[in-house]
Design a protein around this ligand. Structure first.
Ligand code: KIV
Ligand code: ZN
Length: 514
């Protein structure tokens, strides 16, 4: 492969600026756009600091003009983080750019990410415009952003479906206008790896001045090819990969950071290095999953629960004899410590604090006190508390500020009897009670809550998952509740799945009852 790369570089007469791949993390922008994954500013700062420790080069902190919350998060992340460049997204609109520049005022290294759709689909249907007009707008937004910051990244939205010749004209024009990085997104996740690689190669060969800027990939996973497309782009000259933790992102998600980092680390023949401290990967993966209430699929590459689990006898035997027979990654390289300490009811507050720190979470004293109380309650019901349990407990303190809380829940359920639930709610300090029956314990509990709230609410999605194994395990409940035509996401975890369901329902209601 190394030889192939060298031949490729020689044939194309390409001198890469370096074989260092810059990692641009957009978990807090593209990832956070996913319904139900919204974080508050404090949580975003927690993630941004963990990204800094992980070694990412650029953090896309938000889209400041989109909401005061996003604006504020960019401001606070800029203050909290030192080494990575902080990037703010804009449309090709002057006001967006001014607002982004303002939000970035405290960043030690700042970048504005501006751009416009370049495919004929976008030009015709989104902008009702022409290629020439879009070209002018692309130049104008880069020039305008340059008035505020030196580092300006341009994105050609839907570049994956943009005609290469026109794309090359746009890229050349924005490079001339002063762009320092040009992002080539496969916005719809449509491209084949060979096609996407050829697109990057075409730009490398046809755009004047391209070797003075960095070309970035930003691939979506609609057809499951985001990582393959990113790596194909990198092998053809891109030197910035735009990624998210656990591959979260709109629809089927974005390219996942951990996959790109581990591909570069494992395939040395590619001669591509990143600044990622891979041993921090597992901790930040679990932190993002827990804060965003977004489970990691068990068979997810690198960070899934089964990624290093060998269940077949043949594989287990092979691994015991020589790990490399079936494993290409040492779990320790991604921070999975198979001998990790399991906490029990006898573990103290310091042990919990230490475990959280290892997982990338440092709680305030009050939040730790609250997590420890929850820990003791859980340890009473469950003998061993593992990392997933610990992360779930760490997320609980966010519920303290909720207006609606479950005071008590009693259910009668079984075979041959009707399920009945009595529920007590605390609404901003006032106590309410109701009783209802249903076709099962969850239905009865939800009907009782509805009797107190008196609003039209429809459960659209309801998912119960066990964190680990064993009948004493915690059940995680994800629920989507529709109210006034809008969907609200709720989450809870409890060893009692009926209680977890009622709490998830209340969590969703808290998002629209003020
Ligand atoms: O997918 C996309 O095209 C984007 C751009 C805004 C960079 O997220
Ligand atoms: Zn995107």
């Amino acid at each position: 492969m190394l030889i192939l790369q060298l031949i490729l570089k020689k044939q194309k007469n390409i001198t890469y600026m370096s074989d260092r791949l810059f990692i641009f993390d957009t978990t807090l922008r593209d990832g956070e756009q996913v319904p139900g994954c919204q974080l508050n500013t404090v949580e975003k700062i927690e993630v941004a600091k963990a990204l800094e420790e992980l070694g990412v080069d650029v953090i896309e902190a938000g889209f400041p003009v989109s909401s005061p919350g996003d604006f504020n998060s960019v401001v606070e992340i800029s203050k909290a983080v030192t080494w990575p460049t902080i990037c703010a997204l804009t449309r090709a609109v002057e006001n967006d750019i001014r607002v982004a520049a303002d939000a970035l005022k405290y960043a030690k290294h700042k970048r504005i990410h501006t751009g416009i759709g370049t495919s004929d689909y976008h030009i015709k249907y989104k902008f009702n415009s022409s290629r020439e007009e879009i070209l002018e707008r692309a130049i104008a937004c880069v020039k305008y952003a340059k008035r505020f910051v030196e580092d300006v990244q341009f994105y050609a939205e839907d570049a994956g479906r943009t005609d290469n010749e026109y794309l090359a004209r746009v890229v050349e024009a924005v490079v001339k206008a002063g762009a320092t990085v040009v992002n080539i997104p496969d916005t719809t996740g449509y491209c084949l790896p060979s096609e996407f690689g050829e697109k990057i190669q075409y730009l490398m060969e046809h755009v004047d001045g391209i070797h003075n800027v960095t070309i970035a990939t930003h691939c979506h996973n609609d057809l499951g090819m985001a990582t393959a497309n990113t790596m194909s782009g990198v092998m053809h000259g891109a030197r910035q990969a735009e990624v998210t933790i656990n591959g979260i992102g709109e629809r089927a998600g974005n390219t996942s950071l951990e996959e790109v980092a581990m591909i570069c680390k494992s395939h040395r023949e590619l001669d591509i290095t990143t600044n990622i401290n891979t041993t921090k990967i597992y901790g930040i993966s679990r932190m993002v999953s827990s804060l965003m209430n977004m489970p990691v699929q068990p068979n997810k590459a690198i960070v899934g629960r089964n990624a290093f689990a060998h269940s077949s006898g043949i594989h287990q035997d092979g691994v015991l004899k020589n790990r490399e027979s079936y494993e290409i990654i040492d779990p320790k390289d991604v921070g999975v410590d198979e001998n990790s300490i399991v906490l029990t009811a006898r573990s103290g507050r310091a042990a919990l604090k230490h475990r959280l720190h290892v997982l990338g979470i440092d709680l305030s004293k009050e939040a730790l006190d609250q997590a420890y109380e929850g820990f003791l309650r859980l340890a009473d019901k469950k003998k061993e508390i593992n990392d997933d349990d610990v992360l779930m407990l760490a997320g609980e303190h966010h519920k303290a500020s909720h207006r609606l809380k479950l005071d008590f829940l009693q259910v009668t359920a079984g075979v041959g009897i009707k399920s009945v639930a009595s529920v007590g709610l605390d609404i901003a300090g006032e106590k309410f009670e109701a009783c209802a029956s249903g076709n099962g314990p969850v239905d009865a509990a939800i009907s009782a809550i509805k009797q107190i709230i008196h609003r039209k609410m429809l459960v659209k999605e309801f998912l119960i998952q066990a964190i680990n194994k064993g009948s004493n395990d915690i059940g995680k409940v994800h629920m989507t509740v529709e109210h006034d035509g809008v969907s609200y996401y709720g989450f809870s975890a409890n060893t009692d799945i009926v209680a977890a369901s009622a709490e998830a329902y209340i969590d969703a209601i808290n998002k629209f009852v003020h």
